[in-house]
Structures are given as C-alpha cells and as structure tokens.
Design a protein around this ligand. Structure first.
Ligand SMILES: [Zn+2]
Length: 424
C-alpha cells in the first residue's frame, strides 16, 4: 500500500473542509445500487482510484482525478495539500491481495454534473475515510477534490482484544459424550477426556482463561493434577496460551504436531499471518505427533490427523468412546478458517491452498458421530448443551454435521480464493 506519514487527525476538521468544497447544487442521494445502474460515470472514476490502491499504479490516479484536483488532509494542527501529481507518486506498490475486498463506497450523492462520495479504505493498521467531490466535464467524470482522514490504529490487535472479551465468558462445564467433558469458555474450547489412568486435556485457551478451565475441571469432580497429557489443536495463543502455566502446575506432557510445536516453542511468534503480534509464553512440546499417530492412556486412544491450512500444523484428533453401551466416533476439529488469509502468492505459506484443499479432502473421507471443534460456534456448543437432558437423545450426536461443516467452510474458502485471484 502507499505509505502516508500523517499523524492521526481530526475528522471534524476534515468534515469542515469538506463543507467548503462540496458542490453548491442541491443533493439528491441515490443508493449505491441505483448509482451502479444509472451513474456509471462517477463510479468509474472511483473504481479507477480504487485500482490505484489495489495495483499501486499512478496512472489510475491520473485517470481518476482532474489535473487541477486538490488532495487535502490534516497533519498535526496543519492543513496540508497535495496536487494530483504529488498524490500519484505515492502509488508505487500493489496492495496485498487480502485488502482488495475492504474498499467501499459508503455514500454517493449525484446531482446533475456534480457528485460527492464518502469512501472507506480499511487497511490492517489504518482506516482511511475519503470525502471526494466529482464533476462531469466534457462528458467525463473526474475527482476534483479529496479530503481524507486517517485513523491510525492497531485494528487487528484491538479487534482481537474485543473478541476475546466476548469469547471468554464463563460456561457451565458439561458432559459431551462418554467420558468427554467440555471445560472451556463460551467460545474457546477446552476438552477433558477422563480415563482410569489419568486424564487428557485438549487445549487450555489463552492464559487468561486458565483459571476458568481449572475451576471447571474441579467443578466436575476431577483433579487438574491428574491430567497426564496436554494436547493441542493448533499453536495460536487462544488455544495454547495457557500451556506453559498448566504444565508448570500439573507436570502434564505437552503433545503437538511438529510444525505447530515449533510455533509453540517460539511462543506463537513468526506466525505466517499474525507475525509476532499474538505471542504467548513459549512452551516446548514433550512429544511431537505425526499424521496417524496416537496418544494412548487408560485403554483410550486419540489419533492425530494433520489438517493444515489455518496453521501449518493444525491437528484434528479422533477418538472412539462408549456411552450407554454404544460406540461413538468423535472428531475434535482443529479449525478450517483460512479465508481471511492471503491465499495467492503467499511467500510465508506457499502451500496454503494445496494444504487447505487436502484437509477438506481428508475430512470429507472421514466420519464422525460427534463433531467438536476448537471454537464453540463451529459446533453449536451452547444450543446442544442446553438440549442435553437425561433420558433424551444426545444432541451432540449428529453423524451428518462433519460433512455439512466441511462443505460450508470449503465454499467460504473457494469464494475467498476466487475473489483474491480476480483482478479488480
Ligand atoms: Zn487459530
């Protein structure tokens, strides 16, 4: 993206500036959909401007803006101004693919040969709000002025913090099926598998969630000290941020795939998407599992299935358990979300598309009576837990759910990939 060295500025001042440059004529607002049909002109100029951002080519600025156009903004307390050509020099580099979908026309007012529009361009660290005025001269619409404001914030980190607050609400621990119990929060999973020789815990959530997990294990009448193995779905902070502390308290042996084990050993740093942003206390696995290997305890066997894509070593686990004299195949799905990632030409994860598609293929070939996953919303935790009543059929048993879930995630992924591959 183009780099702009501007301090956070005052939106009100920008709006004031805008009021100075808005066309005098009466405004007739049309919805963006109507505008698409009837006002190709202003839209074409705006689209050219979006192209300059997407492709990093100054020629699209020259196309979109009138030669005498003014680009105004506020730096500190000072109002600044660029000419069109000064502005054009800032477009040197194409934006990364995943940012193509976050440019929006928020509002478009057209009145005769004048138009004004509010545009937002949402980049990971910066939200630009552009107020542009357009005029039709000699049959062509051009942007004649642009006032912009910059909201420089750590969008990703802020969003994560907010999300975590919503995802760590306490959840009443509950039996799922057989000797599998849910001991996580409302949205971040932690599963306890109880055996006569000690227990297995799959994921702890972030370290802030650990007290909840420990309390939930105790509430069910079990002892955290009896956990022998601490298994991992994947090496993101919201699933294994509590591992180092849990291991310290219980001595449980940490088990992870090779690649996510490396991520955990780095404390989550160097993630292909998050970089160093979501680091946690590093923990070195005591044992690494390859695809198809199992962890055995007290006559139970949990098998690792590598389903990479969300992380490079994302691990789903399967187990057969018994409830009321019936066997159930249970799958703990790692997570298939990859659509927000950069999918094309991802230098940090060149195999991402092949990995994700292989994971879909592998999961389509598996069966599960009970689908569980690293976040509650993937398997309707709250709904099913509320419907779980003694004597009634177990709502967690749904042999078609894995197929449905994989189809949904695959559709989402292929759509995102197509959007990223299609040039604007
Ligand atoms: Zn994750």
């Amino acid at each position: 993206m183009n780099s702009l060295s501007i301090a956070p500025e005052c939106l009100l001042l920008s709006l004031f500036l805008l009021s100075l440059i808005r066309p005098e004529s009466a405004q007739a607002q049309v919805s963006p959909a109507d505008a698409a049909l009837s006002q190709d002109g202003p839209r074409a100029a705006i689209e050219s401007y979006f192209k300059a951002h997407a492709l990093g080519k100054d020629e699209f600025i020259t196309q979109a803006f009138a030669p005498e156009a003014k680009i105004q903004f506020v730096e500190g307390d000072q109002r600044k101004e660029w000419t069109r050509d000064e502005f054009a020099t800032r477009f040197q580099q194409p934006a990364a693919d995943e940012y193509r979908r976050v440019r929006r026309i928020q509002r478009l007012d057209v009145s005769g040969t004048a138009a004004s529009a509010v545009l937002t361009l949402n980049y990971p660290q910066v939200l630009f709000t552009d107020h542009v005025s357009l005029l039709k001269t000699d049959g062509e619409w051009k942007i004649v002025s642009k006032v912009f404001s910059v909201d420089r914030r750590d969008v990703a980190k802020e969003a994560i913090k907010e999300t975590l607050r919503d995802w760590m609400l306490p959840f009443e621990p509950t039996g799922i099926v057989g000797n599998i119990y849910y001991v996580g929060s409302n949205m971040i999973s932690s599963f306890l598998i109880v055996t006569s020789a000690g227990h297995i815990l799959l994921d702890t959530g972030p370290v802030e969630m650990l007290p909840q997990v420990i309390e939930n294990i105790q509430k069910l009448g079990f002892k955290p000290q009896d956990v022998k193995f601490l298994l991992n779905s994947h090496g993101h902070f919201d699933h294994c941020g509590g591992f180092a502390e849990f291991k310290r308290r219980t001595g449980a042996a940490v088990v992870a795939s090779k690649l996510d084990g490396e991520l955990m050993t780095r404390g989550g740093k160097g993630d292909f998407y998050w970089g160093d942003d979501l680091a946690y206390e590093p923990v070195k696995p005591d044992r690494s599992v390859a695809d198809g290997e199992s962890v055995d305890l007290g006559g139970l066997s949990l098998t690792a299935h590598l389903t990479p894509g969300h992380t490079k070593g994302c691990t789903s686990w399967s187990i057969r358990v018994n409830e009321a004299d019936k066997d159930y195949d249970v799958l703990f799905l790692c997570g298939l979300t990859a659509s927000p990632y950069k999918l094309t030409n991802n230098e940090k994860y060149p195999n991402i598309v092949a990995d994700e598609r292989n994971s879909f293929r592998k999961l389509r070939g598996m069966r599960a009576d009970v689908l569980l996953a690293s976040h509650g919303f993937y398997f309707d935790l709250a709904g099913k837990a509320a419907r779980r009543k003694p004597g009634a059929a177990n709502p967690f048993v749904d042999p078609d759910e894995l197929r449905r879930h994989v189809s949904e995630m695959e559709k989402d992924f292929e759509e995102a990939l197509l959007a990223q591959e299609t040039p604007r």
